[in-house]
Ligand binder design. Structure first.
Ligand SMILES: [Zn+2]
Length: 298
């Protein structure tokens, strides 16, 4: 039906006679930057996806601005991880117009979900680790579902979406193979993480952190917990502590400053990475780079 309208538009020779929906490319709004990067790959050369949560802000705790609400209500397709990470989006996203498509990554069939400790999620468990974009098969799956939706809404650009999807998939497959080779020798490496946000990447590439400094995501750990961390670092002497960029906690810094542990920045949300068609692959590579740095002698 939509194809017939497009053909009619071409034949009529004037866009004024075409219904609005057949003229404009769908507007896509992603909740976080890694999802925006995946969308940017699928939409390359057609349109730019927007992002809600700005770089330097934690997706675990975010307060919506009026401009975010306006952006969401103007979107054709909304792409998000889902609750529990983005609880503040749940009521907004459930209240959108019928014509808006909401793609919730955590609910896609075949998405790989892990329990917070890194094991495969069991059926009865409701709580999953929400950093699911760091499994590259999940990223390809999200891209696939988005492409299907974009082709449905915008058949005129279907060839572009399909070839973009194929290009994204081959880039991700090549990147994950490179990373697997690079990290193969690091499987026994002992390291700690500041925030437990890269378990999907760890599991995919056979790594496992020894302990987490701030278990309750980005909220400030208590002094008692920090003393335990201090003891853990002294006993285990991990090769490094991987710390999310843009995380700044005064107490933590005070406790860690004098400890003999190398601190390596990581960027699992891609705050410092351009959200273009290669952004997602660069995000994965940047995590592999951090493990390299961790391995090298101080
Ligand atoms: Zn997190």
């Amino acid at each position: 039906m939509i194809t017939r309208i497009s053909t009619f538009c071409l034949l009529a020779g004037t866009m004024l006679m075409c219904p609005l929906s057949s003229m404009a490319q769908p507007s896509v709004v992603a909740s976080i930057k890694p999802l925006q990067m995946i969308a940017a790959a699928v939409m390359d050369g057609v349109a730019q996806p927007a992002v809600l949560i700005p770089s330097n802000q934690s997706p675990h705790h975010y307060v919506l601005r009026p401009s975010d609400v306006a952006l969401v209500s103007s979107a054709d397709v909304l792409l998000w991880v889902g609750e529990p990470m983005e609880t503040y989006l749940a009521s907004l996203f459930s209240d959108v117009e019928d014509a808006t498509t909401v793609l919730e990554a955590a609910s896609l069939p075949e998405i790989w979900l892990q329990a917070p400790g890194g094991e495969q999620l069991q059926e009865e468990e409701a709580r999953y680790d929400s950093h699911l974009w760091l499994n590259s098969a999940n990223a390809m799956l999200i891209a696939e579902h988005l492409a299907v939706e974009l082709v449905r809404r915008d058949p005129a650009n279907s060839a572009a979406y399909q070839s973009n999807l194929a290009a994204f998939q081959s880039l991700v497959v090549a990147t994950q193979a490179q990373i697997a080779t690079r990290l193969a020798s690091m499987r026994a490496m002992e390291f700690a993480v500041f925030h437990d946000g890269i378990r999907y990447f760890e599991r995919q590439f056979g790594l496992q952190n020894q302990f987490v400094v701030a278990p309750d995501h980005e909220s400030q750990p208590g002094i008692r917990h920090l003393m335990e961390i201090q003891a853990l670092i002294e006993q285990n002497s991990p090769a490094c502590l991987l710390e999310d960029i843009n995380t700044s906690m005064a107490t933590v810094n005070t406790v860690l400053r004098d400890l003999p542990v190398k601190r390596v920045p990581i960027d699992p949300l891609g705050d410092a990475i351009v959200a273009d068609k290669q952004g997602y692959a660069r995000l994965l590579t940047s995590l592999a780079d951090a493990f390299d740095t961790c391995m090298q002698a101080p």
